[in-house]
Design a protein around this ligand. Structure first.
Ligand code: ADP
Length: 268
């Protein structure tokens, strides 16, 4: 069902040709999709509880996207009902001096999920082949090698029992303009407005090129990239919740067995 948005290993394509509106792909009208999303949200809630109770599986969800693509609101809306005990968000910002003193995967590995946990990466190690590349923060011969490191790192995580899903929230440049303008026009959103985002917007094409290469070179069956049409939040939410529910259902999890003799327990 999600094949059309799955990035095939090493198959380069142009993001400019991917429709960020993409409302027709799921074949639902807005109101239908919102209702379906509510149902998926409830399912996600019980599946996550089951996952936490079972305490075996580990799920890593990577969120990447251009500024204003909706990483924060995806986390808020898709994970609205889950139990914070079993779900963590790791946000990766400009590395601290201590992080800079280590290899780029050092800070990442520490935040990967433990048994029974879902961890959502709000930005990730992919910044180290995106912003780092676009701004020449390290020489090309260094970041070029990172695609291989990242593939191997993710392979190791999955070999050791972590399931990885990676979502690129795809908006187009017009949509970003609208969202930035809205932030500028709404005093309650000023805290989200970063003058620096305008500099990044000016090199939109360079970012898209960096994304295209990163997605193609690191999408693998064990750690796939999905390009999520994200101009419309209800389309984005529906896709992400569907893929999460599908994945968790595929785990075939079970509640741990009850202690023996529970049926004869009397609570005084
Ligand atoms: P966000 O945009 O994620 O809501 P911020 O506005 O604080 O949060 O932006 C975080 C910034 O940190 C982004 O500009 C991102 O490119 C940058 N960043 C993240 N990881 C790295 C990295 N490894 N090297 C350089 N910059 C990074």
């Amino acid at each position: 069902m999600f094949d059309s948005i799955l990035v095939k290993p090493d198959q380069m394509y142009s993001l400019a040709n991917v429709d960020a509106d993409g409302d027709g792909v799921i074949g639902l009208e807005k109101e239908e999709a919102k209702k379906a999303f509510e149902k998926l949200n409830k399912k996600l809630e019980s599946l996550q509880e089951l996952m936490y109770a079972e305490g075996k599986r580990k799920l890593l969800v990577v969120l990447q996207g251009m500024d204003t693509s909706g990483k924060d609101s995806t986390i808020r809306q898709v994970f609205e009902h889950v139990n914070p005990q079993g779900v963590k968000v790791a946000s990766f910002k400009v590395p601290t001096p201590q992080e800079m003193a280590h290899d780029y995967l050092w800070r990442i590995h520490q935040r990967t999920p433990g048994s029974g946990e879902i961890v959502i990466f709000n930005r990730s190690h992919y910044e180290d082949v995106l912003v780092v590349r676009v701004h020449n923060l390290v020489p090309e011969e260094r970041w070029q090698k990172r695609f291989e490191h990242i593939r191997e790192f993710e392979k190791m995580l999955t070999d050791e029992g972590t399931t990885i899903l990676k979502f690129y929230l795809h908006i187009d440049k017009d949509e970003q303009k609208k969202r930035l303008q809205e932030r500028l026009d709404t005093p309650e959103k000023h805290w989200k407005f970063n003058i620096g985002d305008l500099k990044e917007r000016a090199i939109w094409d360079q970012y898209q090129k960096a994304y295209e290469e990163a997605l193609a070179r690191t999408s693998r069956p064990w750690a796939p990239w999905y390009v999520i049409p994200s101009n419309r939040k209800w389309v984005r939410n529906y896709y992400i919740a569907s893929i999460l529910v599908d994945t968790l259902e595929g785990f075939k999890m079970k509640f741990p067995p009850a202690e023996e003799g529970l049926d004869s327990v009397v609570i005084e």
